[in-house]
Design a protein around this ligand. Structure first.
Ligand code: IPE
Ligand code: IPE
Ligand code: MG
Length: 244
């Protein structure tokens, strides 16, 4: 296999360990989240440099709403601030920002900031940055099932192309009803902080992803750590259920 083939097309990261990083330093949890911005920049630089085409970042799960209100509020503020501070550099790097997850639960302010980031970066061709915000796989799959069921139940008034025979529902139908319809499945999923679980992240899409769980806490993640993840990926033997 050529070196190029060993670079994952799509890397997804569960950015975990901000709270523990802050606690270790006697800081507030939100300070850990703020310290998690530089590793995002570093990961983007490393992804672009290595020719990765899609980078998905798990930034806020549907379960994370259950955290103390103060922490949730500080995360929302951080998303808005980051859009303002980071968008010019994203445009310069040719990064296109997209989102997965249900944005209806966000405030009008957060939604407008996110929409602005998507609009201003829409022409980016180098890399697609997919932010998973108010995202969980079960919620995504449930919404997809609803969409497909509505098409199956659609009566005569419905456009012909939208109607679907239940017998014709296949894996592609499901994939295309997910938030990730436009993107390839992740080749590599990285979760920092040593936790070895997916926490409701890309469960359908992760079917054949390589998983990597470095011990480093997210605020300490660097370009070198990203390169290490790619090196680990390059050593993996992906078989997809087949024999050589
Ligand atoms: C990940 O860091 C960031 C979010 C979930 C928003 P955590 O806040 O989960 O950090 P730990 O796991 O408590 O250390
Ligand atoms: C997963 O981390 C969500 C994000 C990184 C955004 P959590 O810290 O919320 O997950 P658990 O609670 O450890 O499973
Ligand atoms: Mg955590």
């Amino acid at each position: 296999m050529s070196d190029q083939n060993r670079i994952p097309q799509h890397v997804a990261i569960i950015m975990d360990g901000n709270g523990r990083w802050a606690e270790l330093r006697g800081k507030e949890r939100y300070e850990g989240h703020a310290a998690g911005i530089e590793p995002v920049r570093a990961s983007l630089r490393a992804a672009v440099r290595n020719g990765v085409k899609y980078l998905t970042l798990y930034a806020f799960s549907t379960e994370n709403w259950g955290r103390p209100q103060k922490e949730v509020d500080s995360l929302m503020e951080l998303f808005c601030q980051s859009v303002i501070s980071e968008t010019p550099e994203l445009v310069r790097q040719g990064v296109r920002v997209r989102m997965i997850g249900e944005r209806s639960r966000f405030s009008e302010k957060v939604r407008s900031y996110l929409a602005r980031a998507e609009e201003q970066t829409a022409d980016g061709k180098v890399l697609t940055l997919i932010l998973a915000l108010n995202y969980s796989s079960r919620s995504e799959i449930t919404r997809a099932v609803r969409k497909i069921a509505a098409r199956a139940a659609a009566g005569g008034i419905c456009l012909r192309s939208a109607r679907i025979d239940p017998a014709a529902i296949d894996e592609r139908t499901v994939s295309e009803a997910l938030d990730t319809a436009e993107y390839p499945d992740p080749d590599l999923i990285v979760r920092t902080s040593g936790e070895c679980r997916l926490s409701n992240f890309l469960l359908w899409q992760a079917s054949y992803a390589e998983l990597y769980f470095p011990e480093v806490l997210w605020p300490d993640f660097t370009e070198a750590e990203f390169d290490r993840a790619l090196a680990e990926y390059a050593r993996r033997d992906r078989r997809f259920g087949l024999v050589k």
